[in-house]
Write a protein that binds this ligand. Structure first.
Ligand SMILES: *Cc1c(COP(=O)(O)O)cnc(C)c1O
Length: 763
């Protein structure tokens, strides 16, 4: 006891109860920093992992770090005894804006698990000052404003290391910031290594927008994550960012390896680099370049070394997301690396003559980052079994034919520290009582399955769900001024807005339900449907979808026949903090992507772990969830992945075939109803209507009728609370497989082969 008090006294010279939440936040930050600095690093180990990623969507760190240090209860009790609350104090912390979606969140879960398992491994990325953007709603539209998250009291710690990065026309010197990564009750720490530039300046941002001079690299380089690349200067900026990240990262890797005893000729015995998608793929030519110019290693030898130390994770098969950089741009940004890419491409052409599909540089002079990563990495993995199979059999078949041994699958996972212990403490504590606390270290929740028929467990789980609904209600009230009914069914779709994720379908369902309630079919239990997610600023249709949903929600709110039974909320600025309130409160998890398009999903896993039932297509990791819980405990609808692949191959989808159906046309046409046009923006609504009814590239309409029917069945099933909760128990009990500790254990066994101090994983 009184541990915190000494920090409070030192910083503010007054008792805890007289401190503001912001002051207490600062004091706890100091306490955690001292404790973390006291933990060991792994510097006695020879080999080290570097997880390179453009994003680390880490979420707030205060309570998570207390939890991982094992002092959460201690500090919380000390606060409670002084009339304070940790949850309130955490409001004083800004969520780090270093990522944007599933890929970035995966990287965050991974560094947590890497550390928890006692693996020597750091994350390497960039320190964006304003992240992607903060989403605010104005006139039913998304407005993007800078998300300033860095304050004096942040978790960033300046490191003395700095490297020179040579671009084509100028050089810049980096600054390195570290954030400690703590494992769960493990006595060693790792770090996030985030590179930045002192010269970056927010002065060049146009007030209240995310627009800035994209040509001013010195001042803009680390302002934003994924700056708009719809024009040439934006595309160049992305390459500048990527090259800056990997050049710094590669110099760090080599310097640290030398410190540990490497002579660089044996670099692959000292370091392994996992690249999270292709944003860091330029690390391949950059490592080769550094070995040649700084360490006197010959080209062929350098290529051999890199081929033993880089592994690549593929996250998508969407063609538009596979990065291809014009060689002319690379020549401008990083001419020496571009030269090496040409030599690497020549090697490929010698080894595989006339095999156009596997060339690095295509006939338009564009370098394919994925192709380079497969040729010059030793491992390529997909992120769920279905996704990995599609890579092997379809998208990357030409590569699988020549390198079958490189291909493997690593089904994604989520860290149970954040996604149950931190966000759902009531459930975590109850699980301890019921099945003991071993699940906290081995992720094994199967002992819960013995309680499926236990009425008292059933009742308690529903009470916990209700508590979480109340907490969400309070949070939504404070943050957005919206009121939800804590007694309603909570039905949630939260994820980036993208046509393939098909938010349009849930919106069309809302219209169906609106009609149905208008005609007198009152739901037994009121329904709250919650959307959340950002649309890329240049992605017009995605922004139209947001506009449509916000307008629709206003119509429903204004309608006294309906608003007591149906409520639609679009959560502003969906991020990790929001997810931690939303997911524990959910009854229904919407995972309705067009089959074959969602690589894995990890939101699906978080919902399952927190006792929501899944409504899904057989896509990504949903397939593996269904396999584990059984078809009777999940709601599946829609076309299968193989059917969709065929439809695309034959170009046989015609939106009109579905749009003109009796059940569908009125729903789509409601987008252009007088009420919608009155409240909404005609241009946006017309464009969206036309897109869905004429084009519908991601086939929202193909599965719509089945979706509506499955949802109606789900709501009806909800009324049998006991049976519903038995299914919930089955879902929680089977969620252990989706722990990122299991995923990281597999990465290490199959790809990295590093020392691992903690094997406490149940497969
Ligand atoms: C988990 C998570 C995601 C990924 O969600 P999907 O449904 O898998 O796309 C995106 N954003 C945040 C904030 C998350 O926590």
């Amino acid at each position: 006891m009184a541990k915190l008090e000494s920090y409070v006294t030192k910083a503010f010279n007054k008792p805890i109860r007289e401190c503001s939440d912001a002051e207490l936040y600062k004091a706890i930050l100091d306490l955690v920093a001292d404790r973390s600095d006291g933990l060991n690093t792994h510097h006695n180990q020879k080999k080290k992992l570097y997880y390179f990623s453009a994003e680390f969507l880490i979420g707030k760190l205060l309570s998570n770090n207390l939890l991982n240090l094992g002092i959460y209860d201690e500090v919380n009790n000390e606060l409670i005894a002084n009339g304070k609350s940790l949850m309130a104090i955490e409001e004083a912390e800004n969520e780090p804006s270093l990522g944007n979606g599933g890929l970035g969140r995966l990287a965050a879960c991974f560094v947590d698990s890497i550390t928890t398992l006692g693996i020597n491994g750091d994350g390497v990325g960039l320190n964006y000052h304003f992240g992607l953007f903060r989403q605010v709603f104005k006139d039913n539209n998304q407005k993007a404003v800078p998300d300033a998250w860095i304050t004096e009291n942040s978790w960033l710690k300046k490191n003395k290391k700095s490297y020179e990065v040579k671009f084509g026309r100028f050089s810049l010197n980096s600054t390195l910031y570290d954030i400690n990564v703590l494992g769960y009750k493990h006595n060693k720490r790792n770090r996030l290594r985030l590179f930045d530039l002192d010269s970056v300046s927010s002065d060049i941002i146009e007030e209240g927008t995310i627009h800035f001079d994209k040509g001013n690299i010195e001042e803009n380089l680390t302002l934003f994550l994924y700056p708009d690349d719809s024009d040439h200067s934006g595309e160049l900026l992305r390459i500048y960012q990527q090259y800056f990240m990997v050049s710094n990262g590669a110099q760090l890797v080599i310097e640290e390896a030398i410190e540990r005893g490497s002579n660089v000729h044996d670099l692959d015995e000292y370091a392994v680099i996992q690249i999270n998608d292709t944003h860091p793929a330029l690390v391949i030519p950059e490592l080769i370049r550094l070995m040649i110019t700084d360490h006197g290693i010959k080209f062929d030898e350098a290529v051999g070394i890199v081929r033993r130390m880089v592994a690549y994770t593929n996250h998508t098969i969407l063609a538009e997301a596979l990065e291809k950089w014009p060689m002319s741009d690379l020549d401008l940004v990083c001419p020496d690396a571009a030269h090496i890419i040409r030599r690497l491409d020549e090697l490929v052409q010698n080894d595989f003559p006339n095999n156009n599909a596997v060339k690095i540089i295509d006939e338009h002079g564009r370098a394919h980052m994925a192709n380079m990563s497969i040729h010059y990495g030793y491992s390529i993995n997909g992120v769920a079994r279905l996704h990995s199979d599609i890579l092997k059999n379809t998208e990357l078949k030409h590569f699988y034919d020549i390198y079958p041994e490189k291909f493997n699958n690593k089904t994604n996972g989520i860290t149970f520290r954040r996604w149950i212990m931190d966000c759902n403490p009531e459930l975590a504590t109850y699980l301890d009582q019921l099945i003991g606390s071993e699940w906290r270290t081995n992720s094994d929740l199967t002992p819960l399955l013995d309680y499926q028929d236990d009425i008292s467990v059933n009742t308690k789980l529903r009470a916990i769900k209700f508590t979480n609904k109340q907490r969400l209600k309070a949070w939504l009230d404070v943050h957005q001024g919206v009121e939800i009914d804590e007694h309603s069914i909570i039905d949630i779709q939260i994820k980036r807005i993208h046509e393939y994720k098909r938010q349009q379908m849930l919106a069309l369902y809302v219209i169906h339900k609106y009609f149905s309630i208008k005609s007198g079919n009152i739901p037994k239990t009121p329904i709250t449907i919650i959307f959340g997610g950002k649309a890329a600023s240049a992605y017009t249709i995605a922004r139209d979808i947001i506009h449509m949903i916000l307008t629709l929600s206003q119509i429903i709110d204004n309608d006294p026949d309906v608003n007591k039974h149906l409520k639609v909320v679009f959560v502003e600025n969906y991020n990790v903090t929001a997810a931690q309130y939303l997911i524990p409160a959910a009854d229904i998890s919407e995972q309705i992507s067009l089959a074959s398009k969602e690589a894995s999903g990890t939101g699906n896993m978080k919902f399952m772990l927190n006792g929501a039932l899944t409504l899904c297509t057989l896509d990504g990791a949903n397939v593996e969830i269904a396999e584990r819980v059984g078809r009777e405990n999940i709601y599946i609808f829609g076309k299968q992945s193989s059917e969709i692949v065929d439809i695309y191959a034959n170009n046989s989808y015609n939106a009109h075939d579905y749009y003109y159906r009796e059940r569908i046309k009125p729903l789509v046409d409601f987008i252009l109803s007088p009420g919608m046009l009155y409240l909404g923006d005609e241009e946006r609504l017309r464009r969206l209507h036309s897109d869905i009814s004429n084009k519908d590239y991601f086939m929202a309409l193909i599965d719509l009728e089945e979706f509506i029917d499955t949802k109606e069945k789900m709501y009806a099933d909800y009324e049998d609370h006991d049976r519903w909760t038995r299914r919930v128990i089955k879902n929680i009990g089977e969620a252990g497989y989706f722990s990122s500790d299991r995923t990281i254990n597999e990465y290490n066994e199959d790809i990295w082969h590093l020392e691992q101090e903690n094997k406490a994983i149940k497969k």
